[in-house]
Design a protein around this ligand. Structure first.
Ligand code: SF4
Length: 384
């Protein structure tokens, strides 16, 4: 199975109050980080994997110049076996791009752009503490198209306080009017320890009720399906591709890289806080740019920890990851991998969920329905 290479760029211009990804705003670390990243790539190069994806995420990779992005892609190609035709994605923040930068990144080999639009509504963007305006979001998508990218993904967030179905539909409508190949629609989570979660606890705003958020999720699935987007994971939708004379969803607009995280494919993560997985091992780097640079300067890999997953842990993950995807759990694969009978282990639970229309099973697979996905965590915990 081909592997994925992830590179975490740990910089943002400003921290968004809801975000718990690791990043810092001190740009003076850029040169040292870039040197350390090259060193890390050189040290990890012996890994016996063949990669068909490279994902430059963060943080905000687009705070770096096109020259730096070029250097990262070139160094990755130098040290790792990256197949011709690999999907090379760059995450961009609308407040940090220009047409010229996007063109430069394309020349550097980037062939997929994922734009953190989050909303086309200025009040929502202000609430989320984003650095960009609705006009910046609009321009970023147009520039990505003008720069010649044929594979563009947009990220949107729903579940924002005061958001109504009508205003969320306007965001979805604005997004589909651009005809992007991919849409990720994430539910706003109040992650413990974030400034937004502290404000929520202080009563600074009133979050939507669970029922309202569920309605927005169902609205999303229905609207995007009506507009030619196929849901393939709880938050991810790929535009149906037109093959020959008819419509066909052949999956080519799915995020090849992110699919690796849901299907046990191996991946290597480089940069501060990045995680790697080569079954059954998972290891990750220090979430600290200073420490990351220091360790690499000393000739040490910046690994924070490593764990080896037991068969039980792998099975738990397989259930959880399978339930996130509309493809569901592929029963034969599951049985073969773990030497068990999925139906035998969970027959009663499955029947109960089917009766409640939360799950649909056929001979070869078991998947949550749209309604079931609303209760993903609760259902996963029954299996686990
Ligand atoms: S720009 Fe993205 S990574 Fe940076 S703080 Fe905001 S949400 Fe987090």
């Amino acid at each position: 199975m081909n592997a994925g290479l992830y590179i975490h760029i740990p910089f943002c211009l400003k921290k968004c109050p809801y975000c718990d990804f690791y990043s810092i705003t001190d740009a003076s670390f850029h040169p040292a980080f870039l040197n350390a990243l090259s060193t890390e790539m050189r040290m990890v190069r012996g890994v016996e994997l063949v990669f068909d994806t490279l994902y430059i995420g963060g943080g905000t990779p687009s705070v770096l110049s096109e020259k730096s992005i070029h250097r990262i892609v070139e160094t990755a190609r130098q040290y790792f076996k990256i197949l011709p035709g690999a999907e090379i994605t760059l995450e961009v923040n609308p407040g940090t791009v220009t047409l010229e930068k996007l063109k430069g990144c394309r020349r550097a080999g980037v062939n997929r752009i994922n734009i953190g639009v989050q909303s086309f509504n200025s009040a929502n963007l202000r609430f989320l503490g984003r650095i960009h305006s609705d006009r910046d979001a609009d321009l970023a998508v147009k520039w990505a198209q003008s720069a010649g990218y044929k594979n563009i993904g947009l990220d949107l967030i729903y579940g924002i306080p005061d958001q109504t179905t009508a205003s969320w539909l306007r965001d979805l409508q604005s997004a589909v009017e651009f005809g992007p190949q991919h849409l990720s629609c994430y539910m706003l989570n109040f992650e413990p320890g974030t400034p937004m979660d502290r404000d929520r606890k202080k009563g600074c705003f009133k979050p939507l009720s669970e029922g309202q958020v569920c309605d927005l999720f169902e609205t999303t699935v229905k609207f995007l399906s009506d507009h030619g987007y196929v849901q393939y994971e709880i938050s991810n939708f790929a535009r149906r591709s037109i093959v020959g004379s008819g419509l066909k969803n052949d999956g080519c607009n799915r995020s090849r890289h992110n699919t690796k995280y849901w299907t046990f494919a191996p991946y290597i993560g480089l940069g501060p806080s990045a995680h790697s997985f080569i079954e059954p091992e998972r290891f990750w780097n220090h979430a600290d740019v200073g420490k990351y640079v220091q360790e690499l300067d000393r000739g040490k890999l910046p690994r924070a920890e490593k764990e080896s997953l037991s068969l039980d842990q792998l099975m738990t993950e397989a259930v959880y990851l399978g339930l996130r995807q509309t493809n569901g759990i592929i029963v034969d694969d599951f049985n073969e991998k773990f030497g068990v009978s999925f139906q035998g282990m969970f027959g009663e639970v499955i029947t109960d969920l089917e009766e409640k229309r939360l799950m649909e099973c056929s001979q070869d697979r078991c998947a949550l329905t749209s309604k079931g996905m609303l209760y993903l965590d609760a259902i996963a915990s029954i299996f686990i």
